[in-house]
Design a protein around this ligand. Structure first.
Ligand SMILES: [Zn+2]
Length: 212
């Protein structure tokens, strides 16, 4: 699992979704989870550097966990169907996050993120409980959200799924940004998005969180 976590962190760099020490990844592991360490470029990391954490916030080993361990912990604790969490400062998601705007249903693939929008969580300082609380709220019934003036979070049933959600969200953000440059997209109607969301319910065996 340590190797798979590191491979996912490296893949995010290769794909250009993260640079240097930005971004972090976690995966459920036994009675806790594994998270990438704080402030180390992925190229220098070994599987041994992945940090084992418990849900009370304690960790094992000499490496300190990512400064964003709180939202990784809180998402994995609150969402039993989620097995992995990816955080990036990818170019287009972060650009839109700096505009502090939700991504509206301009394309049916928005349904891949679980609903008819990708929300942007209000701004809070990195590494804080306030940021984690805002992220959890923005992720209600969703597999992704933006973090105002910061970046994006994508979740999945496992690392491969979370990575595919992160890639798709970044692509959607680029497409939305381009459509905004050309005068703004025509949005899908509620009915058209509901049809797409229904189709996605059986897609990839993902079980959506029960509606409140
Ligand atoms: Zn960040």
């Amino acid at each position: 699992m340590r190797e798979e976590l590191l491979a996912t962190a490296r893949k995010l760099s290769e794909l250009g979704l993260n640079q240097g020490t930005a971004g972090n990844v976690s995966v459920r592991d036994g009675d806790g989870f594994l998270v990438t360490p704080s402030g180390m470029p992925t190229e220098t990391l070994t599987p041994h550097d992945m940090v084992k954490m418990h849900f009370d916030g304690s960790h094992q080993g000499e490496r300190p966990p990512s400064s964003e361990w709180r939202f990784h912990r809180d998402i994995l604790a609150a969402r039993p169907e989620v097995g992995a969490v990816i955080h990036t400062h990818s170019m287009f998601a972060t650009t839109l996050a700096c505009l502090r705007r939700d991504i509206p249903p301009f394309h049916y693939m928005i349904a891949l993120a679980g609903g008819d929008s990708i929300r942007c969580a209000p701004y809070a300082l990195f590494g804080t409980q306030a940021l984690s609380d805002a992220a959890l709220e923005a992720l209600t019934d969703r597999r992704a959200c933006l973090l105002a003036n910061h970046g994006m979070i994508a979740v999945g049933r496992d690392l491969a799924h979370a990575l595919s959600v992160a890639r798709e969200v970044e692509t959607l953000c680029e497409q939305y940004w381009r459509a905004l440059q050309a005068g703004g997209p025509v949005l899908l109607t509620d009915h058209e998005m509901q049809e797409a969301i229904e189709q996605f319910k059986d897609y990839g065996q993902w079980k959506t969180a029960p509606k409140k």
